[in-house]
Design a protein. Structure first.
Length: 25
């Protein structure tokens, strides 16, 4: 379960980074 959480966290971080780039523009 911990491995799944780590993978999900990476996916969420990538989505947040993309969203922040869009908002910054």
């Amino acid at each position: 379960m911990v491995k799944l959480t780590l993978r999900e966290r990476e996916s969420i971080q990538e989505a947040v980074r993309r969203f922040r780039k869009l908002v910054e523009r």
